[in-house]
Ligand binder design. Structure first.
Ligand code: ZN
Length: 423
């Protein structure tokens, strides 16, 4: 893609009201635009990252055998009354229709998925199963803050599982916990798994996943060797203690919650009378679990954990593009044509290999501003073609994470980039 043809470009300065790295850099770099507090438009580069994150999450859920569906955001009041949550969930958006009916805007989908299961589920032979969606959620937060971390409208993957026994539910819960850790690691995040109280959802067991970053708002005790963590507010352990899982040393770190999983027990199957007939012909309650990852929040968390004072540093797996190609203008017409022709060939060769390239082809922008934009946007690799590099029959190669660049010969560059982008 040529940067000159992208309408959503960088701003010289960050938004004046940014309260976090993700709010600052995602807006300044033209990845998202704040429509109003807690509500964002996802622009081309931001949407590219969001889609990659969601695809990683989707692959991990599919690997668990869960089937993807899409449920409505507009939900009937009666279902929320059936679970006694219409009046008790304070972050629920409620709409009043001109027909005098009332609706909820989906903050969660137990109220939809449980009656849905009721229509298909008859006997133990229909169990277990799991289904999920990646969809937009709404929460009437009193204070939206921290960019895309805490919004009123956001993207979320929510999965629900249905079981005949606690043993089966617990086994699936554990498998999902491991799939979550894999999904976060693939997104370039180091996470700890923290036992949590269920909050508004349930008093049954639940876990939250904390992405480690100094910008995190939660303080946790985390093991240096394995995934174990414990919320410091309810900690039974202290800094320096041995990890109960592996014996490693526990230390205090900061994290951002990037997901949670809940053993729901029969809370929702009680509300909707969701039963199955077992092998002996007896009717029994279905056991449920639910599993959430805020995918737009995950994008924000990746920025919080991967940036410096100049901008974002995208992990290769979720970068909007792998290569940020910069061409510098020349006053000499022949040299200028040579630079642009070389860049054109390189882009074609890379794209033929499926490598995504942003080409900053703008001719009226100074080199310093182009370099600043490349650092801000944060693609893993910057490739520069200039009069100087042409003389060496080379491009200048600089990785976002390193301070120094080096020259790579034209004849080698496509192959070297091909090696570099392998995650
Ligand atoms: Zn440990």
């Amino acid at each position: 893609m040529k940067y000159s043809s992208c309408f959503a470009k960088t701003f010289k300065t960050p938004p004046s009201d940014s309260d976090s790295a993700n709010a600052k850099f995602l807006v300044q770099a033209g990845f998202v635009d704040q429509t109003m507090a807690g509500v964002y438009t996802w622009l081309p580069f931001g949407l590219a990252v969001l889609r990659k994150v969601e695809q990683i999450v989707r692959e991990e859920m599919n690997a668990l055998g869960a089937l993807e569906i899409m449920m409505p955001s507009l939900q009937p009041k009666e279902f929320w009354e059936a679970t006694n949550r219409w009046d008790t969930v304070d972050i629920l958006f409620k709409l009043h229709s001109q027909t005098d009916k009332e609706y909820a805007l989906g903050a969660s989908h137990e109220e939809i998925v449980t009656p849905l299961a009721l229509k298909f589920l008859k006997s133990y032979k229909d169990l277990p199963f799991a289904t999920y969606q990646i969809n937009t959620k709404f929460r009437d937060e009193l204070r939206a803050k921290s960019g895309v971390l805490r919004g009123r409208e956001f993207r979320m993957k929510d999965m629900y599982s249905f079981h005949t026994s606690q043993e089966d539910l617990s086994a699936f819960y554990q498998k999902t916990l491991e799939a979550y850790v894999r999904a976060y690691n693939r997104c370039g995040l180091n996470v700890k798994v923290v036992e949590a109280s269920g909050g508004i959802f349930t008093k049954n067991p639940s876990h939250e996943f904390q992405a480690l970053t100094p910008a995190g708002e939660d303080v946790i005790l985390a093991c240096g060797k394995c995934e174990f963590g414990q919320n410091s507010e309810v900690a039974t352990l202290k800094e320096g203690d041995a990890c109960p899982k592996c014996g490693g040393v526990l230390s205090t770190v900061k994290g951002i919650e990037v997901g949670n999983i809940f053993d729901l027990g029969t809370k929702y199957s009680d509300a909707f009378d969701l039963n199955f007939v077992d092998e002996n012909g007896d009717r029994k309650r279905v056991l449920m679990g639910c599993y959430g990852i805020g995918t737009s929040r995950l994008v924000g968390s990746i920025v919080e954990a991967n940036h410096d004072d100049r901008g974002m540093i995208w992990p290769k797996s979720v970068a909007p593009f792998q290569v940020h190609l910069i061409t510098l203008n020349s006053k000499d017409e022949t040299v200028r044509e040579n630079i642009m022709g070389t860049a054109d060939d390189l882009v074609r060769d890379l794209e033929a290999q499926g490598i995504e390239v942003l080409w900053d082809d703008r001719e009226d922008v100074a080199p310093g501003a182009k370099f600043a934009d490349a650092d801000l946007i944060g693609a893993p690799l910057r490739i520069l073609i200039s009069e100087k590099s042409l003389k060496e029959e080379s491009v200048e190669w600089k990785e976002r994470i390193s301070a120094e660049g080096r020259l790579v010969k034209f004849v080698d560059v496509v192959e070297e980039i091909g090696e570099f982008v392998k995650v």
